[in-house]
Design a protein around this ligand. Structure first.
Ligand SMILES: [Zn+2]
Length: 307
């Protein structure tokens, strides 16, 4: 017997009902959105809800909720955040705790790390966020290959748990800025190919700080080509990008800077994003947050207009 399939649309959500199941399909962002890492400074208060309202007022498109010290929302608060984000048309992501190390040598630290990522993912999902970014690990003197297997094993346990909870949020290990930190381009792309539900957070500032290179059009497009070759075009249609000015030295990242004070060639990066028709979120982590986010957005739109 032929299964009957019905498809219904409500704004950007597609509901597909077939013989076996009801599938809810959230369409991915169909263009490149710019926003801030955390509530903008110019928001009325520093709450997440006022942050979302401010993003909309400024004409930006997205915001990353910073659960970096702790998850600041409960379930009721998360639902209000979701309502506000839908009403204002702002896309959300979340940044999980800084206190995560999937390569910790003590089992209790691994368990605590897994719990922190799960907690962020559960609340972020209630907020209607599409992904959670996290800093996976430190090498702690281990060979990178050993660290990779350890990180993968414990991350896989988290992914299994989320799947059982029917939480389909995308978990994004971040490209990290210090050589002591797990999270090279190769490592995060490898995790993304080997684990279902995992995709990269490409932090161009971190990679520049870590390598002292990757600050030209050719190098930016080399990263994008690698993402495409290893994860497919679909990955370029759903990118999560972190960007800011950055100060760095022999040990990589020192601190984030405003773009005007830093050497990052953001014009060339924006040209690369335009030419590769990148879609998804660009989260600005400069200290001035919304000012650089708006600078990036305006420059990008100008580049798109002029071709
Ligand atoms: Zn980060």
């Amino acid at each position: 017997m032929l299964a009957q399939i019905r498809v219904m649309r409500n704004k950007n959500r597609l509901t597909v009902v077939n013989h076996y199941a009801i599938l809810e399909i959230e369409e991915t962002v169909d263009r490149l959105l710019f926003g801030t890492g955390g509530t903008p400074h110019s928001a009325e208060t520093q709450t997440t809800i006022d942050g979302i309202r401010c993003i909309a007022e400024l004409g930006l498109g997205c915001m990353e909720m910073e659960f970096v010290q702790r998850v600041t929302l409960g379930e009721a608060g998360a639902k209000l955040v979701a309502e506000t984000a839908t009403k204002e048309g702002v896309k959300l992501s979340a940044h999980a705790s800084y206190y995560i190390n999937f390569n910790a040598h003590e089992p209790e630290k691994i368990a605590a790390s897994q719990e922190r990522l799960l907690q962020a993912a559960r609340i972020a999902s209630l907020c209607g966020a599409q992904s959670v970014v996290f800093h996976p690990a430190f090498y702690l003197g281990d060979p990178p290959e050993t660290a990779y297997e350890t990180v993968k094993k414990y991350l896989e346990e988290v992914m299994d748990k989320l799947k059982r909870e029917n939480n389909r949020l995308i978990i994004r290990p971040e490209l990290m800025g210090k050589p002591s930190q797990f999270g090279t381009l190769d490592e995060i792309l490898r995790l993304s190919t080997e684990l279902e539900g995992v995709a990269p957070c490409i932090d161009f500032a971190h990679w520049h700080a870590r390598t002292g290179a990757f600050n030209s059009y050719a190098e930016f497009t080399a990263i994008l080509s690698q993402v495409k070759d290893r994860l497919g075009r679909a990955a370029l249609d759903d990118m999560h990008i972190h960007f800011s000015g950055i100060q760095y030295g022999a040990k990589g990242e020192r601190k984030h800077l405003d773009l005007a004070e830093a050497d990052l060639n953001y014009l060339e990066l924006l040209k690369a994003l335009r030419d590769y028709d990148i879609k998804g979120l660009v989260i600005c982590e400069s200290p001035n947050l919304e000012e650089d986010a708006m600078l990036l957005q305006e420059t990008y739109l100008e580049l798109v207009k002029t071709g």
